[in-house]
Design a protein around this ligand. Structure first.
Ligand code: ZN
Ligand code: ZN
Length: 91
């Protein structure tokens, strides 16, 4: 099965082939900071089964508590967020 994903603006795209090797929910501090939520949800695929599109990409790399380097890819205009602002019409 093929799956595709895009960022909110649609410039950043990827495609995954086959089933994920792991699907997990995590509540570590890094996942909370990454998602702005109590939990981070992730589906993991082997690198060779993920095809990245041509969109503009920024990367953020951190070293996890276990020593692994983790690279986050994101769309510069749409994905970086330090808060969410919502404007609602007052009626
Ligand atoms: Zn985007
Ligand atoms: Zn985590």
């Amino acid at each position: 099965m093929a799956r595709t994903a895009t960022c909110r603006c649609g410039r950043l795209q990827l495609a995954c082939e086959g089933e994920p090797v792991r699907v997990s929910v995590c509540h570590c501090l890094a996942c909370q900071r990454r998602t702005g939520s109590a939990f981070g949800v992730q589906a993991r695929f082997p690198r060779e089964r993920v095809a990245f599109g041509e969109g503009p990409v920024s990367e953020y790399v951190r070293t996890a508590d276990g020593g692994n380097r983790v690279t986050y890819r994101f769309c510069p205009p749409a994905a970086a967020r330090s808060g969410t602002r919502s404007r609602t019409r007052r009626t």
